[in-house]
Design a protein around this ligand. Sequence first.
Ligand code: SER
Length: 318
Amino acid sequence: MKNILIIGATGQIGSELTMKLRGIYTGGNVVAGYIPGAEPKGILLESGPSHIVDITNPTMIAEAVDKYNIDTIYNLAALLSAVAEARPQLAWKIGVGGLYNTLEVAREKKCAVFTPSSIGSFGPTTPHDKTPQDTIQRPKTIYGVTKVTGELLSDYYASRFSVDTRSVRFPGLISYVTPPGGGTTDYAVDIYYAAVKGETFKCPLKQGTFMDMMYMPDALRAAIEIMEADPSRLIHRNSFNIASMSFDPEIIYAKIKEYVPDFKMIYELDPLRQAIADSWPDSLDDECARNEWDWKPEFDLDNMTKDMLANLKLKLNA
Ligand code: SER
């Protein structure tokens, strides 16, 4: 039995991960932690317990852990890269202060902790092609700074206090369920909405801007499998490169056009997002995740595109 607290359960990843965890750990509590203004609704509210947990308030985290006898925390509270650039102090408070609060509660109450890192933890001096697991991490964004700090702090709590911390570096995540907000990779979600609505897509990044992307079902599986992995096989902990596909705007546009031939894309560049994307890797090498916990993606660009278009048509009644 596992009792799990998801902090940020109504966000881009949390809303789907909470439901998936509830389907797997049926004998325990899978608690949706939320902040006022982002309350769980519908099936997320009805399918299990929820609790107010503001990650900047350690007492609230401890209360939820005590009340539900939590043994595993998924810490999904974060501001995505472009929003974080607009509010760097808040990004630090949530990303690093919030993680510190979570790790301290985990140390005292003996919980395992998953905290996502990102392709954003890399920077312009990182090798951009097949970025290795262990390499230069000197990001230029506050988002990346919080992610590298989070990786180091989580590894410190593992070696110094034996807190079972684990993490993956997520690529841009693509889903038809909960839209992301304020990320640099979000264009690869928005483009599907435009295609299904019959709108011309204004692409904020230029041709040739390659980044790693992943379909949400693979990302959810990664978050669960890393926490289930045999610890004796783990050489790394915080954080593992994972990968499934890498493309630029022209490649995803051409793929969508195979299924929506009338679809049109034009370029309307966003300099902030372009600068961020240029500093991130083009593709990650995920060999360590494959070797240490048998990571393997199931979706490529083609089967993701078919699934996204079919589900968005249903969702948008198009
Ligand atoms: N999807 C995130 C962003 O674009 C990267 O981890 O900010």
